[in-house]
Write a protein that binds this ligand. Structure first.
Ligand SMILES: Nc1ncnc2c1ncn2[C@@H]1O[C@H](COP(=O)(O)OP(=O)(O)O)[C@@H](O)[C@H]1O
Ligand SMILES: [Mg+2]
Length: 384
């Protein structure tokens, strides 16, 4: 394995036709916190040639990847993949990003791998979750051919390659006024409201937004028209509240950001996501199965693990939790498929039985309306 420092002292870093040694965009807003994440990403990049940053929509994967790459000497190359539909043009997109001009009759993956074979560079593949299979295949091919290439991927889900090191990016901590989440909110608030002062309402708002940077930024933008207290009062309807303009693409609104994750789930995973929204706090796989499984939804532990892989739920040891934005999205959908009352009832039964010390409390009778076959139809999700 090549030492990271040595790698960047070498003169044979990739330069494109214009002589550039990288194409990282300049930062256009302040970057906050993440010292431990940056140190960890750097450490992982020293050890392995593929590091994947995972995490929920808007948590800061891209920003962290760019920051980590920017701190390394020698530059890095960014290929942004969110616009890539099915992966057929993946190698072309990456080739174009690093300035590879060659158009050959051979498969572009081979051309790319050959081009990179004796080069040393850091390649950021940003937004891989909708192209897991194609990314896995191409990154595997590149890394086999090019021992001097390091790949830093961002994805809601790991690529699943041997040797891949995964770093889960968590929301910014929300503790008190001096925490990173509140500082980010304040920074963005000052841009729309000069002289903005943080209050207790801001801390509570940041907590309700779970410290997710995208949500904090969208909320701060609303300070043009509302006070922090008013935002807090309306946060139960976060998807309407955080729909304000200015952005484009997947991060335009909180709903589109979460909806993109929803689209990448199977019908069974979506159904479990909706049903899990009845849990207010943390839960384990047994509780999830007890409340959510029935003859329409089997294999809950497996599906739960899949939802954790896809950053829909956060795993913490043996327990799981859902961020508020994921829970609210699930709740809306649960309501749309007409299961909210049944699931609330199941959850209540489960909690009561647990309090009585029973382990597998719920017994499903055949009159359970959640079994109605019509609600098992695939559904595009709330607000679509
Ligand atoms: N540490 C941070 N400091 C400042 N802004 C951040 C930070 N992390 C994320 N952001 C901002 O929050 C938004 C969402 O972050 P992004 O990296 O795009 O999320 P993801 O890639 O996980 O969907 C972006 O506008 C980004 O600039
Ligand atoms: Mg991103």
């Amino acid at each position: 394995m090549i030492g990271w420092a040595a790698m960047h002292e070498r003169a044979d870093l990739v330069t494109d036709a214009l002589g550039r040694r990288g194409n990282l965009p300049a930062e256009t807003s302040t970057f906050l916190g993440r010292d431990a994440d940056l140190a960890e990403v750097e450490r992982l990049l020293r050890q392995e040639s593929l590091v994947t940053l995972t995490g929920v929509a808007g948590v800061g994967k891209t920003r962290l990847a760019l920051k980590a790459a920017g701190r390394l000497h020698g530059g890095a190359w960014l290929a942004e993949l969110s616009g890539e539909r099915n992966g057929a043009l993946l190698a072309h997109t990456i080739g174009a990003a690093i300035g590879l001009r060659e158009q050959a009759a051979r498969p572009q993956g081979d051309v790319l791998a050959e081009h990179l074979a004796d080069r040393r560079m850091l390649l950021i593949l940003d937004t891989c979750e909708h192209l897991i299979g194609p990314c896995r295949a191409l990154v595997g091919q590149i890394l086999r051919a090019a021992p001097g290439v390091r790949v830093l991927a961002t994805s809601r889900e790991p690529l699943g390659l041997p040797g891949e090191r995964v770093h889960a990016v968590r929301p910014l901590p929300v503790t008190e006024e001096d925490c990173d989440a509140v500082r980010l909110f304040r920074e963005r608030a000052l841009a729309v409201r000069p002289g903005f002062e943080c209050s207790d309402a801001v801390v509570r708002l940041c907590r309700r937004l779970d410290g997710v940077p995208l949500a904090l930024e969208l909320a701060a933008r609303r300070l043009r028209a509302l006070t922090a207290g008013e935002l807090l009062d309306r946060i139960d309807d976060r998807f309407s509240l955080l729909a304000g303009g200015g952005r484009t693409g997947r991060h335009r609104t909180l709903r589109t950001a979460v909806g993109w994750s929803h689209e990448l789930c199977t019908p069974e995973e979506r159904l479990l996501w909706a049903r899990l929204s009845v849990f207010g706090g943390t839960f384990d796989a047994e509780a999830a199965a007890d409340v959510c499984a029935d003859d329409r939804l089997a294999g809950v532990p497996y599906l739960l693990a899949r939802l954790a892989d896809k950053s829909v739920v956060i795993r913490n040891g043996q327990r799981f939790r859902m961020l508020g934005m994921m829970r609210d999205y699930g709740r809306e959908w649960l309501h749309e498929i007409g299961e909210d009352r049944v699931l609330a009832h199941r959850h209540r039964e489960h909690s009561l039985a647990l309090r009585r010390g029973m382990r597998h409390p719920r017994r499903r009778d055949s009159g359970d309306p959640a079994r109605r076959p019509e609600s098992s139809r695939p559904h595009p999700g709330p607000g679509h």
